[in-house]
Write a new protein. Structure first.
Length: 199
């Protein structure tokens, strides 16, 4: 009888182009299959996550990984893979986010890593009256440490409407709003559109 994690990981591996490799370590789909063959499911999951970074994968790929992680009780991996489902559907803006210090009107609490917020963002669009047209994007702080007010960290933004964000380019800045005034500034590093199954 094939184990459920085995089946899920195999399905995800088959979605990856056979010739892709991770940039830093050169891991391939064949390596993943070898780990699955030897019931090293957690390692296979981690390698598939790396392959998903090396070659954009559709939401179904990340859903398979999320379910495999759930079966293995890997809660952090479940959260991460579910976030990647959202990125694959919505697109992603990677940025360096700096929060306003508390004493300058910033938010009172830090943002935990992996804790999804849904703040408003000023991406430069304007209403017919000339006011900012705020856009919503979910926020994920990378790394393992909370982002304290006044601090900076790598962040990922999943826009609710990618069309409002697609014109941004590396070096552009957008402001984060929970109330007025802004509580942070994000400098864009990269913008990637939603992933379709044919990508």
């Amino acid at each position: 009888m094939v184990d459920l994690q085995d089946s899920l990981l195999l399905q995800a591996a088959r979605m990856c182009p056979a010739d892709i490799r991770t940039e830093e370590t050169g891991i391939s789909v064949a390596d993943v299959l070898d780990y699955v063959k030897h019931d090293e499911w957690e390692m296979a999951l981690l390698l598939l996550e790396d392959l998903g970074d090396a070659h954009p994968q559709p939401p179904q790929f990340w859903s398979l990984l999320a379910e495999a992680a759930r079966q293995m009780w890997l809660h952090r991996d479940v959260d991460w893979c579910e976030w990647r489902v959202a990125e694959a559907r919505a697109g992603v803006v990677r940025a360096e986010l700096c929060l306003t210090p508390r004493e300058d009107g910033g938010r009172p609490l830090p943002i935990p890593p992996g804790h999804v917020l849904k703040p408003l963002w000023d991406v430069g669009l304007r209403t017919p009256e000339g006011d900012p047209l705020f856009c919503t994007a979910a926020l994920w702080i990378e790394g393992r440490d909370p982002l304290e007010p006044g601090g900076c960290a790598s962040a990922r933004l999943a826009p609710f409407t990618f069309d409002h964000w697609q014109y941004l380019k590396p070096g552009d800045e957008v402001t984060m709003h929970e109330m007025r005034p802004p509580v942070g500034v994000a400098r864009v590093i990269a913008v990637a559109p939603p992933v379709t199954p044919s990508s």
